[in-house]
Ligand binder design. Structure first.
Ligand SMILES: CC(C)(COP(=O)(O)OP(=O)(O)OC[C@H]1O[C@@H](n2cnc3c(N)ncnc32)[C@H](O)[C@@H]1OP(=O)(O)O)[C@@H](O)C(=O)NCCC(=O)NCCS
Length: 355
């Protein structure tokens, strides 16, 4: 017999508030065309993207997170001291340690909330939401702040035709707290590591170390040096996100619609029960294809934030959610299917009630 006493939290959890932050600078396709051979027409028709936001020096990962979180906390009608845990999903915080979540928890004025980062690419928001629900129901935190934040402009190779136009910056946050009824359905999630090479960093961070070593090692290693991403002056390019666009596109279109369907079924719902669909904002053609495969009825509002926000990875779902509510396209209490998918490859889908 175990002598360990268990703890019980709330019967269920729900999203109580949402907030977003988009950087001040709006970047139209014309700016992207300065560095790649493309056209506004091509970018719009192949991806749906018209503009994206790029952060300035002051709009750091922490600063954008604090802005978005402040709005989410106010929207939830609680105070920062009531937050028991801060979960930050990001791939663009460039210090390995400490986690950026601790700085954010402190700047928000939480009362020593537990704080940590997760790395789950464009599924990061769904992963964080799933952890938050578990914490609220288990009782390790009454309120959990889940933040998705990215400065993908730092990780974009502006000379890469396949990705230069895709990415944007921003932060989205939600507060998850106790509920008497289930307002966050079962998560359907997973990973397909056999496809990990389809979206990746051009080179790992320690490439700078390798570069320095190869440079001092002379001619014998000149071959190896030439395999590193160098610019025209022989300087090392900063690591960037690269992808096999078509392979990722096919995977998203064929496999992710099935996952979305499974999440609906796990919640005991059908497409008719939905009010809103918020897929990861990667490409509007992927969104259109999922809408068709899922046979979503006309009355379902579909998030198309990608047009003016681009792909902001972990931030894309909470940013899209915030905008739908702010514009009145969706309303509090609506039933929404959310699905994130991306680098890993990883995915997470669930049905939620909007705050
Ligand atoms: C990136 C993406 C928009 C490219 O669209 P695509 O239709 O697959 O484009 P392809 O790479 O097949 O290229 C088609 C043609 O356009 C050309 N092309 C590629 N990039 C171009 C650009 N930026 N501008 C103009 N033409 C371009 C190619 O050279 C090719 O020409 P060809 O037919 O003469 O050979 C698309 O693959 C995509 O969205 N993939 C998934 C991205 C994603 O969601 N990633 C993140 C997941 S989290």
């Amino acid at each position: 017999m175990s002598k360990i006493k268990a703890r019980k939290g709330a019967p269920y959890a729900r999203i109580l508030g949402v907030g977003g932050y988009r950087p001040v600078r709006v970047v139209p396709n014309e700016v992207i065309l300065e560095t790649i051979d493309s056209s506004d027409e091509w970018i719009r028709s192949r991806s749906g993207i018209e503009t994206r936001h790029w952060a300035n020096d002051e709009e750091t990962v922490a600063a954008m997170s604090v802005e978005a979180s402040g709005k989410a906390i106010a929207d939830a009608g609680i105070s920062a001291e009531q937050i028991g845990a801060v979960v930050v999903s990001t791939v663009s915080h460039f210090s390995q340690t400490p986690a950026i979540a601790t700085e954010i928890a402190d700047r928000l004025g939480t009362a020593k909330a537990a704080a940590f980062d997760i790395s789950a690419g464009c599924a990061g928001f769904g992963y964080g939401l799933t952890l938050a629900k578990g914490m609220v129901v288990e009782g390790s935190a009454e309120y959990v702040l889940v933040i998705g934040v990215e400065r993908l402009s730092d990780l974009t190779d502006l000379e890469d035709r396949a990705t230069a136009f895709l990415f944007g910056d921003g932060a989205g946050a939600v507060v998850v707290g106790p509920s008497e009824e289930p307002h966050i359905g079962p998560t359907v999630w997973g990973s397909e590591g056999d496809k990990s090479a389809t979206i990746k960093q051009t080179v790992p961070w320690d490439v700078f170390h390798t570069h320095a070593r190869l440079r001092t090692d002379g001619e014998a290693l000149a071959g190896e040096l030439s395999e590193l991403p160098l610019d025209s002056k022989g300087e090392l390019k900063f690591p960037a996100i690269t992808q096999e666009g078509q392979a990722v596109f096919r995977w998203a279109v064929f496999e992710m619609a099935k996952i979305a369907k499974e999440a609906l079924e796990a919640s005991g719902l059908t497409a008719d029960d939905l009010d809103v669909f918020i897929p990861h904002q990667a490409n509007e053609r992927i969104i259109d294809s999922m809408v068709k495969t899922l046979k979503l009825p006309e009355h379902v509002t579909v998030a198309r934030d990608v047009r003016t926000t681009g792909n902001t990875s972990a931030a894309s779902i909470p940013l899209a959610m915030e905008r739908l509510l702010a514009t009145g396209e969706a309303k509090s209490g609506d039933t929404a299917l959310v699905i994130g998918f991306g680098a890993g490859l990883v995915y997470a889908a669930t049905v939620v009630t909007l705050p």
